[in-house]
Design a protein around this ligand. Structure first.
Ligand SMILES: [Zn+2]
Length: 396
């Protein structure tokens, strides 16, 4: 099994400088290879990364002598990345490759062919620059395949890809759970457990508001505006990290405990109702949740069932199955007029998701790991009730 562990680094000033230069070289090589690829394609040749790498090596000393300042892996791996990007595009997994911008994310890779890099406790040895301190030791043992050094804000990370069998499938004790993701709290489970989510979140939200206001008061593009913008980005990162950590803990627990897990297709509530958090943070949280569940259920041998986007999880009575026409977002308690069933709104939704997951587990096995699972029996409404009229159209 291929697993990656992303570890924060503690580089000194010289090492940071080296990282920035290596990432710059990688970006340059990527853009060079992409341009060359397009040119060769136009002239009827069949571009491939092996030929491009050879081509670059042939002209490197003449035209780009500064490339020799950093590891040769930076340029080589960038060219391989161009080829992978094209493969992803042709297999419809990604969009058409685009040139990398200078202000975009900075990163470079090194593949481990003949011991190009290695880890030892809380440090990693990279080509040319040597030992770099890591914030923690590598979690998995096995063959190190590739490392990606990347910058996020003002911090550097090493994502180490390891071929390992450290993680084994788990025998889940409980059959099924439905998970309704919340706004104020992290999630509601159909078992009745409420996942409160991180406490520091509220404090961070206060800081976020302050940072937002501070930015708004500055003159645009001034030095102080830039500073405030940087500060705001840090607060955002902090919130995202805290959230991601809580999400990781929850998804691991779910994937190890339940055989089948039912979730919604989109976090519609999150989109509509939190003014303070930016949309991207909310969406990011939801997609991160789904992404983690997706690979963790595969890793531990459980199964993820994603409800159809039109599945009325909140509007259906989990007791008798009647679907309400409307249900205002403000209504926190679900009350069924047919059978008199009453439950907290999110608990009712979680129960419905659990039911759906259980039924799809019986009706179809295997191939429903992710994506839309089954057609809802209910007629598809124009817009889901919880979606606010201002929400942008949703792309599947
Ligand atoms: Zn009912």
């Amino acid at each position: 099994m291929l697993l990656a562990h992303k570890i924060a680094l503690n580089p000194n000033a010289a090492q940071r400088d080296y990282f920035a230069r290596a990432a710059g070289t990688a970006r340059f090589a990527y853009n060079w290879a992409l341009a060359e690829w397009k040119r060769q394609y136009r002239t009827g040749e069949k571009p491939n990364d092996t030929a491009l790498r050879r081509q670059l090596n042939a002209i490197k000393r003449e035209q780009f002598p500064w490339m020799f300042d950093v590891t040769k892996c930076a340029a080589q791996e960038a060219i391989i990345d161009v080829a992978s990007a094209f493969r992803a595009f042709f297999e419809k997994r990604g969009r058409y490759p685009r040139f990398k911008r200078k202000d975009g994310k900075a990163s470079f890779c090194a593949a481990n062919e003949v011991g190009t890099f290695r880890c030892e406790g809380k440090r990693i040895k990279l080509p040319v620059i040597g030992w770099i301190k890591m914030r923690e030791a590598l979690r998995f043992s096995g063959l190190l395949k590739r490392v990606t050094i990347s910058r996020e804000g003002d911090r550097w990370f090493a994502a180490v890809m390891v071929e390992t069998d450290d993680v084994k499938p788990v025998n889940q004790l409980l059959p099924v759970v439905g998970v309704d993701l919340g706004v104020t709290m992290l999630a509601m489970l159909s078992t009745g457990e409420a996942e409160e989510g991180p406490k520091s979140h509220t404090a961070a939200l206060k800081r976020l508001r302050r940072a937002n206001k501070a930015l708004a008061r500055k003159r645009r593009f001034s030095a102080n505006w830039r500073k405030a913008k940087h500060h705001l980005a840090r607060v955002h990162t902090r919130i995202a990290n805290v959230r991601r950590d809580a999400t990781h803990k929850l998804t691991t627990r779910l994937a190890k405990k339940f055989k089948v897990i039912g979730i919604e297709d989109l976090n519609v509530k999150g989109m509509a109702s939190n003014r303070c958090l930016s949309r991207s943070v909310m969406d990011g949280g939801f997609f991160e949740f789904r992404r983690q569940l997706n690979y963790k259920t595969q890793r531990y041998g459980s199964r993820l069932v994603v409800a159809n986007r039109w599945f009325p999880s909140s509007k259906t009575c989990s007791c008798c199955g009647v679907v309400k026409e409307t249900l205002a977002l403000s209504q926190r308690t679900f009350h069924c007029d047919e059978c008199g069933f009453e439950a907290p709104r999110d608990f009712n939704a979680a129960l419905n998701l659990a039911k759906l997951a259980a039924s799809s587990a019986v009706s179809a096995c295997g191939e429903l790991r992710s994506g839309p699972v089954r057609k809802s029996r209910v007629k598809r409404g124009s817009v889901k009730q919880e979606e606010s009229p201002t929400a942008l159209p949703v792309v599947a």
